[in-house]
Write a protein that binds this ligand. Sequence first.
Ligand SMILES: Cc1cc2nc3c(=O)[nH]c(=O)nc-3n(C[C@H](O)[C@H](O)[C@H](O)COP(=O)(O)O)c2cc1C
Length: 230
Amino acid sequence: MTTAPTSPSSPSTLSPKPIDTAALINNLQWRYAVKKFDASKKIPAATWQALEHATVLSPSSFGLQPWRFVVINDKALREKLKGASWNQSQITDASHLIAFARRTTLGAEDVQCYIDSIAATRGVPVASLDGYKNMMLGFANQPGFDTALWAAKQVYIALGVFLTAAANLGIDACPMEGIDPKQYDEALRPVLGNDYTTLCVATAGYRAADDAIAGMAKVRYPIGDVVKHV
Ligand SMILES: Cc1cc2nc3c(=O)[nH]c(=O)nc-3n(C[C@H](O)[C@H](O)[C@H](O)COP(=O)(O)O)c2cc1C
């Protein structure tokens, strides 16, 4: 794991640039899980970089970031992985394919790596973080602690951030669990090693003009049935 800080800005040095409520709902209604991408359209590099950055800015439990995101650019590999993805056309036709992988273990070295990262980013002594470190170690060492489930939950938050960010950038996407994670792990071993395992992927790009799903009404239970106020 790397200890290099990704985004050194502190939240208080920035001001929010809110979009209005109508724009937010519009973008999320506009988003749908694209079945057919326009294979001729590519996401501009700066837009994709922003999507990568947004994904890395996802929150995670304690901030431990038990994930890796692998952008699969290799055309031949994407063709091969289509076969490991129920032959879904998005895998090869979308502009971009990104795999979401979780950490397989959560040990003392992970916690120390994160502590070192905090100390380096914030310029504080490592020892000053002992309390936080011990809290995380206690959490990870709880009897029956399910590392796989815990790490997967964090990765799915990142998937949600990726999808929401894409919608707000006007980028189409499809989250995809219809894959064989073992085949992805084998193919991505050079970058994932043995410490990470694939959970799902997302494809991103631009919807094909004839993707029939785009014209169908979005199916959601009524807000009042799902959101309760007490
Ligand atoms: C974790 C997850 C996995 C999914 N896997 C696939 C998939 O493999 N292929 C696909 O076409 N859609 C997949 N979907 C898309 C869902 O079917 C879709 O989000 C759902 O039907 C709601 O439709 P909407 O996203 O278009 O509003 C997946 C969605 C999620 C959140």
